[in-house]
Structure formats: C-alpha cells, structure tokens
Design a protein around this ligand. Structure first.
Ligand code: NFS
Length: 654
C-alpha cells in the first residue's frame, strides 16, 4: 500500500508546495509522489549488485559484503568500483557530448555557415586562444597586427577538438591546471587524453573479466572525470561565452511568479544554450509579438528551467521558473503555453503532466525523443525555423486555454552572472583586476575560505532545504560560496543572491561583501559552468600565498541534494583536482568496504583530496568548514591578521 504523502514536508519552496496541492486536487502524480510510492532498493542503493553479464545479475549482501562474491568471483570492491566508474562515464559523456555539440556549432559559425549566430565576444575568443598558446597577433612588414577573428576561431576550434578526439597526449586545457597539481596527475597517469578515448577505455575496463582491482579502476575513472571538468565542460562554457557573450553580474528573477497570466508563456528546459538563444530572438521579434497580441495576449513571456535556464539567467537575465524538482509542478499552473526541451534532466513524467494541462511538450534534439512529446528538430544552420514553430504552438494554446490558471505569486530578485572574469573585476577593479584581493582576504582571515555548492534537487530529501541550510551555515562562518545549477535557484528563492544577504554572513565576509558590493553567494551559471569554479581555484593557486596546488587551498565542494550521474562525474573531477567534496542525500557505495575507504581516505594520498558524505545540512557544512580550517592551519594562516581592505575609492587612488 502506498505511504501517506505529506506535501508540506516535501519542499521548502512555497510555489512547489502550492502546485503539489493543486496536483493532488487535479489527480495528477508528480516525481515527489512517485518517490513516496517507490522504496529505495537496499542493495542497488549501495552498489552491491552487478548486471554486467548474464551469469547474474548478482546480488551481494549489504550486511555481509565479503560473505559472497559474484558468479565470476567479483568482490564487492570490484563491483562497487565498476558501478561507480560507469556513473562517471555516463555523467562525463553527458557533459562532453554537450561540449562537443557546442564546438560543432562554433565550427559552423567560424566557417560562416550559420545565419542565426555569430562570434559575440571577440575578447573572450582571444583570451582563450592566449591560454592555449595560439598567437592572437601577427607581424606584417615589421608591424604587429591583430589576427583575423575568423582565422583565430577556426584555429581554436581545431585545437579544442583534441579535447575529444585525440588518441595520445594531454587535452588542451591541461595548460590551465596549476603546475604542481598537473605534475601529480602525470605521476599518477591520470592526465586525460581525448574524452572519447577515456570513456571508451573506462567502459572496456568495467566489462566482465577486465579490470578487477578497485584502485586501478579508480585511476581510470579519475582520468575520465578530469576529461569532463577540464575538457568537455570547460569547452562548453568557453565556447558558449564566445558565441553568446561572457556573463556579467545582472539582476534577474527566479521562481514560478515569473509566469504571466496575460502573456503567452514559453518555457525552456534542458541544457544546451543553442535552442534557448534562438528562442530569445524569436520572442523578441516584433512579428512574433504581433502574432501573440492578435491572439489576445499582452505579449510573449520567456522563462527557463534547470541548467538551460541557469545559463541564460546568468548570461542575459532571462527569468528562471524553477529547478529540477519544480519542472513538473510548473506545468500544474496551467499557465505554461509550451514547454520545449533539448537534453538532460528532462523527466519523462513531464510528458503525461503536460498532456493533463493541455500544454504542448516539444523535444528539439535528435538525441532526446520522449514518448507523447511532439518532436521538432532544431537545425543549427537555421534555428529560427524550429523555435518560431514552437512559439506559434504556444500562441495557439494561449488562444484555446481551457484549463484554469493558478500561478504562485512568488518571485525573487538576485544577482546572477558572476564569471571568472567578473569575479576578477569585482574583487580587484579594472585597474588591478586579479585574484590577489581574494587571496589577501583569505590570508587575513576576513574570508575563511571558498566553497562551491552545486548540483541537483532530489525528492528523497526535503526539496531545496539542504542546499539553503548548507549555504547559510557556510556564509555565517565567513565562507564565500559560489554556486551553479539547481542549487543556485534554491538559494535564489531564499533571497541569498543579493548584496543585502551579507546580513546572514559572518562579520569578515559581510565586510568584504559590503565593501565591494557583492552578495556572499555568487551565482556562476549552469552545471557545465562548474568549470568556472575550476578556473577560479586554479587562479587562486597560481596567484600565490595559498600554497602551490589546488589541494593546498582552503576550499571545499558540495552537492547537497545530488541525484544524477553527472553529479558523480563533477564530484570526482573536483576531488581529483584537489577539492575535498561532500555529498548529501545518499552515497552510492557500501559502508565498510575497501572501495569506500579508498574514496573517503585513500584518495588523499593520491590527489590530496577525498569524497565525504553528510545528509544533515549542519553536519555537511561543519565538515566543509573543518576541512577549510585544516588547510588554513597547514598554510599557517589560521591566526587572524589585520590588513587594510581596499574599497573602490582606495583602488582609484592607487
Ligand atoms: Ni546539474 Fe543535476 Fe540537472 Fe543542472 Fe539540476 S539536476 S547535476 S544542476 S538541471 S544538470
């Protein structure tokens, strides 16, 4: 019999709760209800089963993990390490395929084959070229001239393609890894070659009868995860910046109150920015606005969800309607006139919910069809054709709205769009833009350390609550927080992304925030933009004063409500880069096994950082703070030193 479901305990998001109540009245079931009705498998949840061949599937006993082996003789450590490795592969593949898609689009743009897009940020193009030793100037008759932008773009695309395809040698962005960290990776043999090779080799090694020693398996899944963080994800971020503009701090709204009853509401959910960027053009096209008005609407209203939404929220300030666990709930408003999706984190459950509320549900990417959805393929050389059709369907639905509309009236302003470049500017000013002031404030103790809090939401925990409590604890203890994806939306709804949130911060962090005018929690974009956090920590290590390796820094990572395989890949590339990382919700490896011990302790001896786990948000934050303090002590900066804090006026004077 199904367990009773307590809606009030499911989330701290008032909009999501309101829509769960409405869904109940409407007789509609959402992922929250399905999670309540489905018990977690006690064997699968700790990775004590293997279905890699047909001699099984084999189930070991979580109570006595070494009491039994699989039919082939595989031990719990081999089985759990192989399962973990395959999670890394799936997550890394998602990010690298996304990055490769962006690169394909960039190549077409560079060769002038796409009408809809152009190189928007030439400065960023040059910057990326410079970091990869691609010359941006040329000497002609003794005179130094800038190289042609198109020529640079073609050369950069060719260089970045190695991130995926190269058979031997280090991926291009390995050049951005601090020297001492890179040296360690070389000693361990985990500097990634092309992602395709790493993913292929990892799948091979987890096949029945190949790699059956968990430490050796873990070397390859570290290499695979690094090919995501410093490879596929980083390419996705950098190319998106070049094509669509590098984010700068911008005010924008989050939450379901972004929907407007009298306008045609177009909602985009997914991950790649290409369709979303074309949609921005479409909803701003006077012809399309006219069509909406002719249908009786006041205009067109565009909102994002999940990571697609987080990316354009950061880049352009497009309102964001909710994170992963609010996607079905948003449809329950009856106000969504179309939901268009591309790839990743798109629940199949959206399809029947959309049908209940008469909302056209449109897939646009050949990789991701969904039963019950209408597929309109996006052609990158002419993206407007697809998105204009989607807007027309939305206008049609608006005209014939037959379901009652109930929009939760909640929306929250916040500052989004902190990129590595804008953090440099904000903390250092244009005149001496660098991470020196950040490092200085860490050394003098005003800022205790930096934490990246990222990742999904998950119906197995109280939605948004763990994110918000972890972040509040961190800032209260003077830890500056940087955020991406669903986590940013949770804290945005809690009002933590405004400078006034400094009142929740400890004295030192509050003073820095007030002086430079930033919130204590910085929103840096989508999940692939976790690469921005890697670039930031690399820069902190390179600037000096806080050790030489990333693992020397007083920093920590966290995914409090993770659920996807991408989160495991992200966690692993954070750890292998040298960032101690705590996961919440659950951890997919059995307690008391040698493999778990390796992830939680053994990796310290390899890469200087480990995984950790705490479901309780306060314990979770306490572990991160304790780690930051341990690093401060090792650096000899645990005693507070007074230093002059430079404000804008001081900087001008300088
Ligand atoms: Ni990332 Fe999880 Fe998905 Fe984005 Fe949200 S669920 S790992 S945060 S939308 S990718």
């Amino acid at each position: 019999m199904a367990k009773e479901f307590n809606i009030q305990e499911a989330s701290i998001c008032p909009s999501t709760i309101q829509m769960l109540e409405k869904a109940k009245k409407d007789g509609v079931s959402l992922a929250f209800n399905r999670a309540n009705d489905m018990s977690v498998c006690p064997i699968g949840s700790v990775s004590a089963c293997c279905k890699n061949c047909s001699m099984g599937p084999c189930r070991l006993s979580p109570k006595d993990p070494y009491g039994k082996q699989g039919v082939c003789g595989a031990t719990i450590d081999t089985i759990a390490a192989r399962n973990f490795a395959r999670m890394v592969v799936a997550g890394a593949a998602a990010h690298t395929d996304h990055g490769m898609g962006m690169l394909d689009c960039f190549k077409e743009v560079a060769h002038g084959k796409v009408d809809g897009f152009r190189i928007k940020d030439e400065g960023k193009l040059k910057f990326v070229c410079e970091t990869l030793d691609i010359p941006t100037t040329v000497e002609v008759d003794g005179e130094v001239k800038d190289r042609d932008i198109k020529e640079l773009a073609v050369e950069l695309a060719e260089e970045l393609e190695r991130t995926y395809t190269q058979v031997e040698g280090e991926i291009p962005f390995a050049k951005r890894v601090p020297e001492k960290t890179l040296e360690r990776w070389r000693e361990l043999g985990i500097v990634p070659r092309g992602a395709m090779r790493e993913l292929m080799e990892m799948m091979h090694r987890t096949h029945i009868g190949v790699d059956q020693e968990y430490v050796n398996i873990s070397r390859q899944f570290q290499r695979t995860a690094l090919s995501d963080g410093w490879g596929g994800s980083m390419v996705a971020t950098e190319i998106s910046d070049i094509l669509f503009g590098t984010p700068k701090p911008i005010q924008a709204y989050v939450d379901m109150g972004c929907l407007e009853e009298k306008k045609v509401n177009v909602v985009i959910n997914g991950h790649e920015p290409i369709m979303f960027e074309a949609m921005i053009d479409s909803v701003n096209d006077p012809k399309m606005i006219e069509k909406a008005k002719a249908a009786g609407a006041e205009g067109l209203n565009l909102a994002g969800m999940c990571c697609s939404g987080a990316e354009v929220l950061s880049r352009h300030g497009v309102p964001h309607a909710g994170n992963f666990m609010s996607t079905e709930a948003l449809l329950v408003t009856g106000a969504v006139d179309v939901m268009a999706v591309d790839v990743q984190c798109i629940k199949q459950g959206l399809s029947p919910v959309a049908e209940c509320y008469g909302t056209p549900f449109i897939t646009t990417n050949y990789r991701a069809h969904i039963e019950g959805a209408t597929h309109i393929q996006l052609d990158e050389s002419n993206p407007r054709e697809c998105v204009d059709k989607i807007v027309e369907l939305a206008i049609e639905r608006f005209k014939n709205r037959s379901k009652p509309v109930e929009i939760p009236q909640n929306k929250h302003i916040g500052i989004h769009g902190f990129s590595h470049e804008s953090i440099t500017y904000h903390l250092g000013g244009t005149f001496r833009g660098s991470y020196v002031p950040l490092n200085d404030n860490i050394i003098n103790g005003r800022i205790r350390g930096v934490a990246g809090v990222v990742g999904c939401t998950n119906p197995r925990v109280k939605h948004d609550w763990v994110h918000v409590e972890v972040v509040k604890e961190l800032i209260k203890n003077n830890v500056l927080v940087v955020q991406t994806g669903c986590s940013t939306i949770a804290t945005g709804k809690a009002g933590l992304l405004v400078p006034e949130a400094a009142k929740f911060a400890g004295d030192g962090l509050a003073e820095v925030c007030e002086t430079v005018g930033i919130p204590p929690v910085l929103s840096v974009g989508s999940c692939v933009d976790n690469s921005r956090i890697l670039i930031a920590v690399a820069e902190m290590a390179n600037i000096g004063g806080l050790g030489e390796k990333i693992s020397d820094l007083p920093v920590a990572g966290s995914a409090p409500e993770w659920m996807s395989e991408k989160a495991i890949s992200i966690g692993q590339y954070f750890v292998s880069s040298g960032v101690y990382t705590v996961f919440g919700a659950s951890f997919p490896v059995l307690e008391g096994t040698k493999f778990k011990e390796h992830l939680f302790k053994g990796l310290e001896g390899e890469v200087g950082a480990t995984w950790d786990f705490a479901a309780d948000p306060y314990e979770h934050a306490a572990k991160m703070i304790a780690h930051i303090d341990k690093k401060r002590e090792a650096l000899g900066i645990h005693e507070k030193k007074e230093r002059k804090l430079f404000d804008m006026a001081d900087r001008r004077e300088l």
